[in-house]
Design a protein around this ligand. Structure first.
Ligand code: GAL
Length: 663
């Protein structure tokens, strides 16, 4: 199991490095990411490289048996790049230049930036390809994190080139963007700009294509460096750390380009039960890895520094968080960062070695985590067993959260998280999948969820339909299937792309006011919880009503429907049901689809299975403060080796139960 984190030795006098390595050994650290923000140290002046310090660091780590995930160091250019080439600086939507002084101050379309980054990568690859400590290449860092898009003139020219490739002639672009509206019609590609600040709402098609373009530009930066590394050191895998919880780039297109999918995840302290969001992001990451193992590149041992109030993790929490990621497919747990900085903007961000030093509760927990991960080595050769699929789509995310939509309260991840947590609480595991282009991609799942899948092309609609006709169950939530891939509305009633699968026809959206709630009733008239945010003037067209609005803008109208089509079922949830109603509905949907949880899971407990050739490993994580007993038989890898019929966990406790195939 990989255990370690970002190691930034350039922030410390070299005398500290020996202590670092001693402590790494004490904690059982196996992998560190070196040099992510070291460009200014490695190339202090243009074309003058200083590798001596990095040679010594890699040798020290190698001698200590710590593997290195070596960065290409291009995540943050040194100040000289901006001084010599000010055109490499990014520009925001309002035309303001973003200056050096923090990080990631570069335009991803800048040929100068790309050339300089490739030159440094070439040097690093040539020098370290054969170093015994080198295990993995780490290109850039969190592409798009701060400079998600750049609106400068260089980007504008690149955007026009990208559009010419995509549309060939300007009339095709006019058609795709619907430019007959508001006199936006272009006579020539040279008139097109990125979606800069405008007097009022910009063109949604332009905005959507600009997001696609920006994702592709960052990806081109990654690919250029990756190709250098693959040429010079074909034996060393290449990664870049994703942020699967963000909308910055289209990670489905990125996932195809990396050798190892790795991800960063940080809890939001103000969110109640934030382990649920962690679980979802881990599942998204596993989806990006095609169900195969992946690597948690960064999380925090305790507080971060970038939230308004940076809450410290409580004892046991960092181990529990780490094991959640491992349960869901990570091959270890890495952190930002090894040693807490003394200076700089992240000096209040926790680390494995805190300001207090090794005589601290936090360090002792870090050492414990090292031991824990070592015991979980057998889990490496296993993959997560899921019960249900959930379709996740970055382009729908962008389209859903554009300006001038029916309600600002409709956010992309909201329903995905709600469905995911209801299933997690029911003891079920979700695979996250892309929008299908053929029904075969869904065929292994008895139940598929499509939350807020706003953009659905005709081929995707056909794939969903064939999946249901062939016996699958599909559950769709509101604001799905509304528009095609160009963000043009499917006409004839909502949700156009899903109308026939769901057997409904919606004449009008009826969003609710902030704080407004509607009651829901069952077919027998009994109360069935509440909903908020959204309602629709829905008409049955083959489906039956499951729940109906008791009040609100469309009383008596179906809010949840069920439609038999061919051998399968199409369920539609036309409102934002509360958590209890969502859970009750999913209970019914799952049982009709034949999806059952392998174990009864008490409240607050998360249970995930990873299966290998010889054994299944059941991760049982108690997020509640109360002790619990869960009827999972087997041997706890973290316990005393005795086989038991059930797991008893203290509040916050974790067990990983091995169940041998033979037994
Ligand atoms: C990540 C980043 C790290 C560090 C961390 C702090 O986004 O990759 O370099 O800044 O956040 O939480």
């Amino acid at each position: 199991m990989a255990f370690g984190g970002d190691y930034n030795p350039e922030q410390w006098p070299s005398a500290v490095w020996a202590d670092d390595v001693t402590l790494m050994r004490e904690a059982g650290v196996t992998l560190v990411s070196v040099g992510i923000f070291s460009w200014a140290h490695l190339e202090p002046r243009p074309g003058e490289y200083e590798f001596g310090w990095l040679d010594r660091v890699l040798d020290l780590l190698g001698e200590a048996g710590v593997d290195v995930d070596l960065a290409t160091a291009t995540a943050s250019p040194p100040p000289w790049l901006a001084r010599l080439y000010p055109e490499t600086l990014p520009v925001d939507r309002d035309g303001r230049t973003l200056w050096p002084g923090s990080r990631q101050a570069y335009c991803p379309s800048s040929p100068v930036f790309r050339a300089r980054a490739a030159a440094l990568t070439e040097q690093l690859a040539a020098r370290y390809a054969g170093h015994p400590a080198l295990a993995l290449w780490h290109v850039g860092n969190e592409y798009g994190c701060h400079t998600t898009c750049c609106w400068c003139d260089t980007s504008a020219a690149a955007f026009r080139g990208w559009l010419e490739q995509r549309y060939r002639d300007v009339d095709a672009l006019n058609e795709a963007w619907g430019t007959s509206f508001w006199s936006q019609r272009y006579g020539d590609f040279s008139e097109v700009l990125p979606p800069r600040a405008t007097p009022t709402f910009g063109n949604p098609g332009q905005e959507l294509d600009f997001r696609r373009f920006s994702s592709d530009e960052h990806l081109a930066c990654f690919v250029a460096e990756r190709d250098v590394l693959r040429r010079v050191s074909p034996h060393v895998p290449v990664t870049t750390n994703f942020m699967a919880h963000t909308e910055v780039v289209d990670y489905w297109t990125w996932a195809r380009e990396v050798d190892v999918v790795s991800n960063d995840h940080y809890l939001l302290a103000h969110q109640p039960d934030n382990h649920l969001e962690l679980a979802f992001c881990a599942d998204v990451t596993r989806g990006l890895a095609g169900g195969q193992p992946w690597l948690l590149m960064e999380h925090s041992t305790s507080a971060v520094n970038w939230q308004p109030r940076n809450v410290a993790k409580r004892p046991g929490e960092t181990i529990r968080n780490s094991l959640q990621h491992v349960a869901r497919g990570s091959q270890g747990a890495l952190f930002f960062q090894w040693r807490q900085s003394r200076a700089g903007a992240e000096k209040y961000h926790s680390a494995l070695v805190p300001h207090a030093g090794a005589d601290s509760r936090l360090w002792r927990e870090v050492v414990d985590l090292g031991v824990t991960l070592e015991r979980l080595a057998p889990v490496l050769a296993s993959t997560v067993q899921a019960d249900v699929a959930l379709v996740f789509d970055w382009q729908s995310w962008w389209a859903t959260e554009q300006v001038a939509t029916p309600s600002v309260d409709v956010t992309y991840r909201d329903r995905a998280l709600a469905l995911h947590r209801a299933l997690l609480r029911a003891g079920l595991t979700v695979d996250v999948v892309p929008t299908p282009s053929s029904p075969d991609e869904l065929a292994t799942y008895p139940l598929v969820l499509a939350p807020t899948l706003h953009l659905v092309s005709q081929p995707a609609a056909d794939a969903f339909r064939a999946y249901v006709e062939g016996g699958g169950s599909l559950l769709v939530t509101y604001f799905s299937g509304i528009a095609d891939e160009r963000d043009h509305v499917h006409l004839g009633g909502y949700p156009g792309a899903f109308r026939d699968v769901l057997g409904v026809r919606v004449e009008e959206f009826c969003p609710l006011l902030s704080g407004e709630q509607v009651g829901l009733v069952d077919t027998d008239g009994s109360g069935a919880g509440t909903a908020d945010v959204w309602a629709e003037d829905l008409h049955l067209a083959g489906a039956e009503a499951v729940l109906t609005y008791a009040d609100g803008p469309v009383p008596g109208t179906p809010a949840v429907t069920r439609h038999r089509l061919g051998n399968g079922l199409g369920w539609y949830v036309a409102t934002r049901t509360d958590d209890a109603s969502t859970a009750a509905l999913l209970h019914r949907v799952c049982s009709e689809a034949g999806v059952t949880a392998p174990y009864d899971v008490p409240a607050g407990v998360e249970l995930v299975r990873r299966a290998g050739d010889e054994a299944t490993y059941v991760f049982v994580l108690n997020h509640s403060p109360e002790p619990v007993t869960v009827p999972v038989p087997g041997v706890d890898l973290l316990g005393d080796g005795v086989s038991e019929q059930e797991v008893r966990l203290s509040g916050g406790g974790v067990a990983v139960i091995r169940q041998d195939r033979s037994g």
